[in-house]
Each structure stands twice: as C-alpha cells, then as structure tokens.
Design a protein around this ligand. Structure first.
Ligand SMILES: Cc1cc2nc3c(=O)[nH]c(=O)nc-3n(C[C@H](O)[C@H](O)[C@H](O)COP(=O)(O)OP(=O)(O)OC[C@H]3O[C@@H](n4cnc5c(N)ncnc54)[C@H](O)[C@@H]3O)c2cc1C
Length: 764
C-alpha cells in the first residue's frame, strides 16, 4: 500500500462521517469491516451476488445493499473497499478507477482502523479464529473493553466484529495475500507458519518473509509458538519475543495435558515457575496450544492470572470450529472448518479422543491449487477416522485443473492404507451414503471451508426431527432419514428425502402434517413417482408417501368404487372388473397411484381421472380433513390445483356396468397400443406437455432429436417425448437434455415446450 494512499484513507475516515462502498460485502471479512465502519459513523453501501432477500443473514443492519455488481452502485461513494475475491475487471472497481475514487483492499482499510487503536494481531496458518476469539473474550472479562475483528461469527462475542471505546483491538489477520505485512501492531501472536495459499505464494520462504515483516513492525511483545518449526526459526532471536508451547524451551510451558471428551486441563509454568491450572471446554490438543498462546500474551499485557483462567474456562468455540450441531445419546454431528491436512489431523484427533464408537469424517477438499499442492499430506490426515467420505473439490472461484479431483484425494487416502474410504462427488449422494451406514455411537464430522457445513446442518436437522417425530407415531408407520428417492421414482433418479414418512393410518398422517406445520418443515407428497424428476440434492423436509395398506383399499359398491389414494391405478381397474364395473380401463397402463392421478388429472385413450371422480377426501397442511365434491374443484389438463396444498387420502369414483369380457377386450386393445408406442426403459412418461395440436413426441422426432443424450439420459428411440435412463443417469443430465430440446424447438420452430414431468428438490 502506497504511503500516500494510506494517508488519504486515514484522513478521509478521520474527517467525519463518509460514504464508503464495500464490494463483496457478504463475505465474513467484509461484513466485519462493515460493522467497524458503521460503528465509526460512516454511511455504508455494499454489493454482492447474494440475493437481496438473504443478504440480512450476512451483513449488519444499516448497510444499503445492492444485489449484483454494477458501476452505478458506487455513485456517491468517497471510498471503495473490495474483498480479495473481487477481480480488477469488476464493474464497480473499474468505475472507481475511472472516477478516481479512492479504492483499496479490505486489509488496507483494516490497517488504517488498526492504527487508531492498540492492535493485537493474531496470525498463523491455523487456529487464528479460535485464538483471536479467546483473546477477545479474556480481554473483555478483564474489563479492557476491546474492539475485535474476527473471520467468523462467534456467538460468545455477539458478532464477528465490534468497535468499542476501549484501546485494545484484537485483529485476526489474514496471511493469504501478503497484507499481513502492512500492520504495525502493539503486539503479535504468531501461532504457526505452514505451506498454504500456494495460489499466491511460491514457497514457504516467501510466506515466512511476510511474517518477518510483521515481526519487524510490532512495537511490543511478539508471542510465538515454540512447537512450530517455522515460527521458532523466525522469532526465537527477535527482540521482545516470548515463546509458548509444550517444548522445554518455551517461556510459557504447558505440562500435564489431559484431553478428555471434548475438553482439556493443563498446567502452565512461566520460566519454570508454576502459574496454575487451566481448564478448557473446547476440544483437542490444538486448542491447548491456542489457549496457551492467549495465556502468554494476556500475561505479558498484565492481565491477572485468575481473570485469564476464568475467562478461558467459560470460552465456547467460534462458528464452524468443532461446532456441535446435534448431540443425543446415540449420535453426535459436528462441523469444522478444517481444510488443511494439519487442521484435519488435529480435529480428527480431538474427535477420536472421545467416548464415541466410530468417527465418520466427511471431507470436501477446498480449491484446486491447495488440493494439488497438498495431495500427499491429505493422504495421511485421516488416520483417526473410522470411515472417510470425500466429495468433489469446492472450487472457490478457481478453474478446474486436470487430474486434480476429489476422487484423486480419496485414492491417495486409500493408498496410504485407509481401507474405509468412499468418494461421493455430490453433497446429496454423500448424505444418502452416510445415512446408509449411520449407527448409534457414531460421531459424524464435516470438514472443509466450502459448503459441506450444509451436510452437517441437514443431518443434524434430520436427526433432531426424526428423534422427536418417531415418538409421536405408531410403530406400524414407517419413518426414515435420508431415504434415497431413486428407489421411489420410475425414472430411478433422485437424491435423498430428508425425512420419508409412510403413515399407517389417517391419524398418523394428521400427526405428521401438524408436526411439520408447527416446525415450519416443508412437506412434499410422493405417489409412485411416475411423473417426477427429483433433483440430485434430494428433497428437504418431510416427504409423505401413502404406501401402507390402509391407503390402498379398493371397495366396490354397485357402480361406485371407493379407493385409497395409495392404490395403484391398475388395481382399481382389476378390482372393478371383478364386480363387472368398467369405465376405468384407460387407467390400466398409467403406472401411478390414485393420489398422483388426481393431482395430475392423469389420462389416456380419451379418458381422464377427474371424469370418473365423484368426490375426494383430502387433508390440508394444518391437518384438517375435507370432503370435496368434484363440482367444487378447479380442473385443468394434467392439473388439479387443490392437491398442491391438500393430500388426497381417498376418492369415490363412478364406473359403469360392464361385462368382464368387454373390459378385457378394451384392456387388450389399449395395452397393445401402449406397448408398441412406449419404451420399456426407466422413464417418467411424457416429459413435455403437447404444445398444441402437434404432439411433443412428433415435434422432437421431426427435429431429429431421438437418441440425443446427456450422460446416461437419452431421448428414447421409441417415443420422442420420453427421456429414458440408460443406467446411472442424474437429474442434472435430464435437466440439461430438457433444456437442449427446448432450445432446439425454439430455434427451429419457435415453439415453447413446457414440462409435464414435475421437477422437485434441490441441486447439489
Ligand atoms: C411409462 C409411463 C407412462 C405414463 N403414461 C401416462 C399416461 O398415459 N397418461 C398420463 O396422464 N400420465 C402418464 N404417465 C405419468 C404418470 O404415471 C401420471 O402422471 C401419474 O398419475 C402419476 O402418479 P404417481 O402416483 O406416480 O404420482 P407422482 O409422480 O408420485 O406425483 C405426481 C404429482 O402428484 C402429487 N401427489 C402424489 N400423491 C398425492 C396425493 N396423495 N395427494 C396429493 N398429491 C399427490 C405429487 O406431489 C406430484 O405433484 C406415465 C408415466 C410413465 C413412467
């Protein structure tokens, strides 16, 4: 940072409330900076790619938010600050340059704020967030009224950043882009220095060089970990250096370390003299070390021992640092940010050192550059896990690199001797795979800096809902977590249902609907899945399927047939035929249940479902039962909207007297017609609604798209409106194929094709 630029930022921020614009404001570092600037009284705007409706989750109140990046967003700004993820071509950065508006990196702005206080920098490759949170908490409890700036949300501190009237300012400083060297703090706490961020640095020497500059610019104590080789080599000869660690050479030394069930105790000596015992309620040897660093710095700053010890005893971790998402007698789910082999080893060692029978490690590699550089080290990082699941790499805006894949990481862990390693590319498949082997006594831990925390969140939610709901229903009902939905669709595609529920009767069904309603759990009805395309991430919330015998009854009374919504259409035809009742023959080849047929107003051979319906019994999402006559329902081609919000439980149908032979003749004719014009391979029936007089299948055929494929999804050669699964197709393949067909129809014939198949669920 040029000294004159720094001076301009200093002068601007000191000269009263100013207008500051933050590009990439939803990132945790930028949102922390927003909090500090707001507290100083500046007027803030910010932009990011996060939807406006979700931005409040990330940014403090008082920031004027713009969704997306546009040059006009910086209108009126006197200072523009951008996060390291924002490229120079960003329209807001470019506009700031064009208008000559002062425009600096996040850390450059932070440095100016740090200069206004007594800054205590916490730096290192691992453990910064936890250690800076601990230090802030200790200073707070010692009435020092510190400001803080930390890279994650810390429930104990209230937020990731705060600007107070006190002098101390604890800063978690980022070493990833060299800006660490810009700070001139009053004290520095150096935890460790490892090979990391090799997308920015060329070598470990370069990284150490940046820490060396920080040391040079530190006016007071440089507290460093004597157990870390690089920190030791760098700091041991520095003036004002104070060491800590397990090493005998350390000034502050931990002895008698006891790690037990996610907590620890240890004794501290200073230059060989006993200071006392420390108890921690955060797990692992790495946190013993982090806490010892805090003990050393706080003691050097003159904080009394008793205050340090009592603050450390009540410290609880920062978000995503061994964060317990769920705990019962049977299961524990933990989420951790560890994404470097050293962090993974430390976190898994803490997990292993517990009473849980098995540790299941779910790792999402982060960035291609890191994965490539550290592949060998990842191989040996999972020894403390009983089962290892590895997903595809989280790109974090990097371009893919040939041969650098999650599968390669899994292979290297396997080659290192770990027998129980599974590669599951997507988060949806990971959830289903973990659930399939989950047993009481399991500790599940998600590891990574990308979005794998969603899996922990999802598992925790599923376990907690399951644990509560199972106690409210009868043993005859079926309740499962993360049930793979490819088992329940005719296309054989679909990620897992977070909760899968088959009530045994109406009472349990109502219990389920009310349970979901009271907790805001989304509900989806699933029939035989013959008109569904379920995305690879599966369906969140409660999926209800009327698969138990109670819902499959068919009762014939004269020409009236009362049918449960879970009965197969072909069963209705067969039962009615036994009583010489016809009129339902069109249903024979439609592979759904009555519930799905009512919702879809399914039809074939000039007959359709609502034509034979007299009345329906349905239940709304609050659990209220309704008896509805056909005359009171809105009915469309392939849609009856009532069933979007009401689950059909049964219907009274009206047939007509017919002989068994007459019915048999019709069935034979219909079935002959169907099986010559329809593929036998797994499908969801017709993918598109007919766009007018021209059937969609004929149009697709004329466009020459039969046999067009994406992955294992293919347009059937038998019928152009069927997409078949040739084996192992994913929803993503089918969706891409659908988009391809739609764009060809639009280009060639200016026809818009709309899907008949219902697409449900979330992507991965
Ligand atoms: C080979 C093949 C041939 C097909 N031929 C035809 C055909 O000739 N004519 C035709 O119309 N369709 C056809 N289909 C599509 C499909 O079979 C029908 O749409 C069928 O009615 C869907 O029933 P389902 O039970 O499988 O419902 P699903 O596919 O499970 O669900 C369809 C919709 O109904 C809703 N739903 C399910 N159960 C209930 C309930 N109890 N209460 C309220 N809503 C509910 C679901 O939420 C979803 O919105 C065919 C499909 C295949 C695979």
């Amino acid at each position: 940072m040029q000294p004159e630029v720094k001076q301009r930022v200093e002068q601007l921020l000191k000269s009263g409330p100013r207008k500051v614009h933050l590009i990439g404001v939803c990132g945790s570092g930028m949102s922390g900076l927003a909090r500090l600037l707001l507290a100083q009284g500046h007027g803030l705007s910010g932009s990011d790619l996060v939807a406006a409706s979700a931005a409040a989750e990330y940014i403090p109140e008082g920031v004027r938010y713009f969704e997306g990046h546009a040059a006009s967003n910086i209108d009126g700004a006197e200072l523009v600050v951008f996060s390291s993820a924002i490229a120079a071509e960003n329209p807001e950065r470019a506009a700031a340059a064009g208008k000559n508006i002062l425009c600096v990196r996040r850390a450059e702005c932070l440095v100016v704020l740090a200069d206004q206080k007594s800054a205590y920098i916490v730096a290192g490759s691992h453990g910064k967030t936890t250690t800076s949170s601990m230090l802030t908490h200790v200073l707070r409890q010692a009435d020092q009224n510190p400001s803080h700036y930390i890279g994650a949300q810390v429930p104990l501190l209230g937020a990731n950043a705060a600007w107070t009237g006190g002098k101390p300012f604890v800063v978690e400083a980022d070493e990833s882009d060299g800006t660490l060297a810009l700070f001139a703090p009053q004290a520095s706490l150096i935890l460790n220095i490892e090979e990391e961020h090799l997308d920015y640095y060329h070598s470990i020497e370069e990284i150490v060089g940046v820490f060396a500059l920080l040391c040079e610019r530190t006016s007071g104590p440089i507290v460093y970990c004597a157990d870390d080789k690089n920190a030791m080599l760098l700091c041991s000869h520095a003036d004002r250096a104070v060491s800590y660690g397990l090493s005998e050479l350390a000034t502050y030394r931990a002895l008698d370390v006891h790690l037990q069930n996610f907590s620890s105790r240890f004794t501290v000596l200073r230059e060989g003299k006993l200071l006392g015992e420390v108890a921690l309620d955060v797990p692992g040897a790495q946190n013993v070390c982090n806490a010892l660093g805090v003990v050393a710095l706080a003691t050097e700053l003159g904080i009394p021992w008793n205050q340090i010890v009592s603050a450390l005893a009540e410290f609880r971790g920062a978000a995503r640092r061994f964060e317990v998402k769920y705990r019962s007698n049977d299961y524990m789910v933990v989420d951790d940010y560890a994404h470097h082999p050293t962090e993974i080893k430390a976190t898994l060692a803490a997990a292993k050192n517990s009473n849980w029978k098995r540790v299941l490690a779910l790792f999402q590699p982060h960035r291609y550059s890191r994965t490539k550089a550290l592949l060998g080290e990842f191989a040996g990082a999972f020894h403390d896990a009983d089962r290892v699941f590895i997903t595809e790499i989280y790109a974090a805006s990097e371009a893919a690199m040939a041969g650098v894949t999650g599968e390669a990481v899994a292979e290297s862990v396997r080659a290192d001797g770990h027998a129980q390693v599974t590669y599951e590319p997507t988060l949806g498949r990971l959830r289903a795979a973990v659930n399939a082997i989950l047993e009481p006594g399991d500790l599940v831990i998600t590891l990574g800096a990308g979005d794998i925390h969603r899996v922990a969140q999802h598992l925790a939610q599923g376990l907690s809902w399951y644990g509560e709901f199972i106690t409210k229903i009868k043993p005859e009902s079926v309740l499962k977590r993360d049930e793979p939905l490819h088992k329940h669709t005719t296309m054989r595609i679909g990620g897992p249902a977070q909760l899968w529920f088959e009530p045994c009767d109406e009472e349990d069904l109502i219990t389920g609907l009310r349970f979901a309603h009271d907790r805001g759990i989304p509900v989806t009805f699933i029939g035989r899945g013959s008109n569904l395309l379920i995305r690879d991430g599966g369906i969140l919330g409660l999926c209800i399927h009327l698969g138990r015998p109670y819902f499959s009854r068919v009762e014939v009374d004269g020409e009236f047939v009362t049918v449960g919504a879970g009965a197969r259409l072909k069963t209705i035809v067969a039962e009615a035929r036994k009583h010489n009742v016809g009129g339902f023959e069109f249903m024979e080849g439609i592979p759904g249940n009555l519930g799905g047929a009512l919702r879809m107003n399914a039809g074939a051979m000039q007959g359709w479902t609502m034509e034979v319906v007299e009345s329906v019994r349905s239940i709304d999402l609050l659990g209220h039962v309704h008896e509805v006559n056909k005359a009171d329902m809105e009915i469309h081609y392939r849609s009856v909207p009532h069933f979007q919000t009401h689950i059909a439980v049964s219907a009274r149908l009206k047939g007509k007297p017919s002989s068994k032979e007459e019915i048999g003749e019709k069935l034979k004719a219909y079935s002959g017609k169907r099986w010559t014009s329809q593929p036998a391979a797994p499908s969801a029936g017709c993918i598109f609604k007919n766009p007018g007089p021209m059937p969609a299948g004929k149009l697709i055929d004329e466009l020459g798209l039969k046999n067009l494929s994406v992955g294992s999804a293919r347009v059937s050669e038998v019928h152009g409106n069927f997409i078949v699964n040739d084996g192992g197709a994913r929803a993503e393949d089918v969706l891409q194929l659908i988009a391809l067909i739609q764009s060809r129809a639009r280009e060639a014939r200016q026809i818009d094709l709309n899907t008949e198949v219902i697409v449900l669920g979330v992507d991965n």
